[in-house]
Design a binder for this molecule. Structure first.
Ligand SMILES: NC(=O)c1ccc[n+]([C@@H]2O[C@H](COP(=O)([O-])OP(=O)(O)OC[C@H]3O[C@@H](n4cnc5c(N)ncnc54)[C@H](O)[C@@H]3O)[C@@H](O)[C@H]2O)c1
Ligand SMILES: [Zn+2]
Length: 387
């Protein structure tokens, strides 16, 4: 039986050399008088901010900077920045940053109201309506947040991270300018790159996978396998960095059309309770969960192998061998990029196991996408494996 599936996308995506210049054109076309630019202290410290700032100045627009956004913010921290934004009188939002900044900006774009705030969206995400257009400029490669309708916030009282999903948060414009990821520190590049890898492989093996998401997920996976190591370890590998930026965007597109699965579901409590960076917690869980999933998605992992293995002497013959190659490749990447492979260095005590299982099992929004059903016993075994 044919399913229905949808591809939702921004009005325009600008990529390639000097694509930040397009901001000037957009602001002029839209006759923007005042822009609110969301960013964070880390980006300001790099000096990167001056590039989009110049483009805004060239349009003759006035602007207001909001930079008080912590990494992986709580819903309360985002509400504070939304309240500050509401006073700015800006007629467009420009966001320059990683997923944390982009998600905060996306929430602000649908919350110019006193009737409800971020807290209310946690329970009822569909309340929100787009109030102001957005231009999203990712500086990590990456979460894909520039193209998804999702915004993720920490909920401290639940010790969990929660995704708010609403199509009104899809960006109006996206700018993928390679200069923004040129000097990404290795640690951030590695964690965010493996996050994109998780998006691609999870979306490709998701119950929600469909021809639209497959196209983007497979292309993203192929690009990431080829370029992630050079992009993270070789400061001069501009081509590889550019490819990672595009791959992260495609993987975000795959999320929009499909959905992530048990890797992201079980990773949310690790971010919520222990503040482990999103990309790192996914990297720790990625190979164990894919190995657990493999018997239920060997066919798909075999297709991924046929598409993404470019080794001259292809040795895997059966679907099982091909699936194993993909999982081994993921493990090798995580090791080569020196990302932790267990929770040991984060001081997570064994006594927390049951709490983790309970919290992970609450993320039903993503667990339902997993081809292999996940029972509390399965979650316990997976967490035990990484403790
Ligand atoms: N909306 C979505 O679809 C989606 C998808 C995945 C993850 N997320 C969320 O995104 C957040 C994580 O985003 P992230 O991994 O991009 O990291 P981040 O935005 O939290 O940034 C991490 C750190 O990197 C610094 N940084 C960013 N770009 C830099 C650059 N070019 N040079 C130097 N430093 C730089 C930042 O200042 C910050 O200190 C999490 O909250 C996660 O849950 C959202
Ligand atoms: Zn992610």
């Amino acid at each position: 039986m044919l399913q229905t599936y949808t591809l939702k996308m921004p009005q325009a995506v600008f990529g390639g050399e000097n694509s930040l210049d397009q901001i000037t054109t957009v602001l002029k076309q839209r006759n923007v008088k005042r822009a609110a630019i969301f960013t964070d202290k880390g980006i300001l410290a790099t000096g990167l901010f001056s590039l989009p700032e110049e483009a805004v100045k060239a349009a003759g627009a006035d602007y207001y900077i909001l930079s008080d956004i912590p990494a992986e913010p709580s819903y309360e921290a985002v509400q504070n920045i939304v309240d500050e934004y509401k006073k700015s009188g800006a007629d467009i939002i420009i966001a320059v940053g990683g997923g944390s900044v982009l998600d905060a900006a996306k929430l602000a774009s649908v919350l110019v109201t006193d009737e409800y705030g971020v807290k209310e969206l946690l329970d009822n995400p569909l309340l929100a309506k787009k109030c102001v257009p957005t231009i999203l400029i990712p500086t990590t490669a990456g979460t894909g947040a520039e193209v998804t309708p999702n915004a993720i916030v920490a909920v401290p009282e639940k010790e969990l991270k929660v995704g708010i999903v609403n199509d009104h948060m899809i960006a109006d414009y996206v700018v993928l300018d390679a200069r923004m990821v040129k000097n990404l520190p290795m640690k951030i590049a590695a964690a965010t790159g493996v996050d994109a890898l998780a998006h691609a492989i999870e979306c490709y093996t998701s119950n929600k996978a469909n021809p639209f998401s497959d196209t983007f997920a497979l292309e993203a996976l192929d690009l990431i396998f080829q370029h992630i190591v050079a992009a993270c370890t070789d400061p001069s590998a501009m081509e590889a960095k550019n490819k990672m930026q595009i791959a992260a965007f495609y993987a975000g597109f795959a999320i929009t059309a499909s959905g992530t699965t048990a890797v992201h579901a079980l990773s949310y409590p690790l971010g919520g309770k222990y503040h482990i960076a999103h990309g790192v917690s996914n990297a720790i869980l990625l190979a164990p969960v894919m190995r657990f999933n493999a018997p239920y998605c060997e066919d798909r992992l075999a297709i991924a192998y046929d598409r993404c293995c470019h080794e001259e002497k292809k040795e895997a013959i059966t679907d099982k061998e091909k699936a194993e190659w993909i999982i081994k490749k993921i493990e090798d990447i995580v090791k080569e990029l020196e990302i932790p492979t267990s929770l040991k260095e984060f001081g997570v005590p064994k006594e927390d196991l049951e709490g983790l299982v309970e919290a992970g099992m609450q993320v039903t929004r993503l667990l339902v996408n997993n081809r292999r059903p996940v029972t509390p016993e399965d979650a316990r075994n997976l967490y035990l494996e990484i403790l």
